[in-house]
Write a protein that binds this ligand. Sequence first.
Ligand SMILES: Nc1nc2c(ncn2[C@@H]2O[C@H](COP(=O)(O)OP(=O)(O)OP(=O)(O)O)[C@@H](O)[C@H]2O)c(=O)[nH]1
Ligand SMILES: [Mg+2]
Length: 220
Amino acid sequence: MKVKIVAGVLEANDRIAANNRRLFDDNDLFVINLMSSPGAGKTTLLEKTITALAGEFRIGVIEGDIATDADARRIDALGVPVVQINTGGGCHLDGNMVRQGMDELPLSDLDILIIENVGNLVCPAEFNVGEDAKIMILSTTEGADKPLKYPLMFQESSVLLLNKMDLLPYTDFDLEKARKDSLMLNGDLEIIEVSCRTGDGLETWLEWMRERVGSRVVTA
Ligand SMILES: Nc1nc2c(ncn2[C@@H]2O[C@H](COP(=O)(O)OP(=O)(O)OP(=O)(O)O)[C@@H](O)[C@H]2O)c(=O)[nH]1
Ligand SMILES: [Mg+2]
C-alpha cells in the first residue's frame, strides 16, 4: 500500500513537471536543477556563474530552502530576478513548488533558469521539476564514499562538479575513487573539478553552460 502511495505522488509530480517543461519551452528557457548536500557550494557556484555569464545570458534563479531567505538575498545582491521557496521542512523541491516560483519570475525575459534545490543528497534526485539538466556538486570535504552511498543523484545528473578542490590537500578525499565510482554509476556523467574559492576549473563549467544554452545573445 505504501509503495502505491509513493508511486502516486511521483506520477502526479511527473505530470506537473511535464507542464513546467512546456512553459519552459514556450519561453525558450534552459533550466538547471542544482543539487548537493548542504554546504557543498551551490549558492557560491551560482554567484560565480551569474557574475561570469551576466553579459551573455539573462539568468533567473529559484532558491529552495527549508527555511530563511539567506540564499535568495545573496542572489538578489547580484541584481538578477530571484524567488525564494521555503519548503517548511520538506527535504526537496517538487514540480508544484517550482511552478509557484515560476509564476513570480519574468520567464519570457530570461535565457537561463537555475533552480537551487534544498541541500540534501537524497530526495531532490527523486523529483523531476521539468529541468533540462540536473547538475550536482560533491565537495572534497564530504568523503569519496558518497557516490556509492547515495547513487541516485549521481545516476540522474548530467554533470558532477567536484568542488572545493583548493581544500584537497587538507582532506583524505580519494579523487580517483570518487571519479571511478561516479562513472561506474553513470558512464555519461561529465566530471569537472572546480574550486569556487580560487576559480580553478570554473571556465570548463562555464563552457558547458555556453554550449548547452547555445549562442543566444542578450537582446534586452
Ligand atoms: N574552500 C572553499 N570553500 C568553498 C568553496 N565553495 C564554497 N565554499 C564555502 O562553503 C560554504 C558553503 O557554501 P554555499 O555556497 O553556501 O553552500 P550551499 O550548497 O549553497 O549550502 P546550502 O544552501 O545550505 O545547502 C561557504 O562558506 C562557502 O564560502 C570552495 O571551492 N572552496
Ligand atoms: Mg545555498
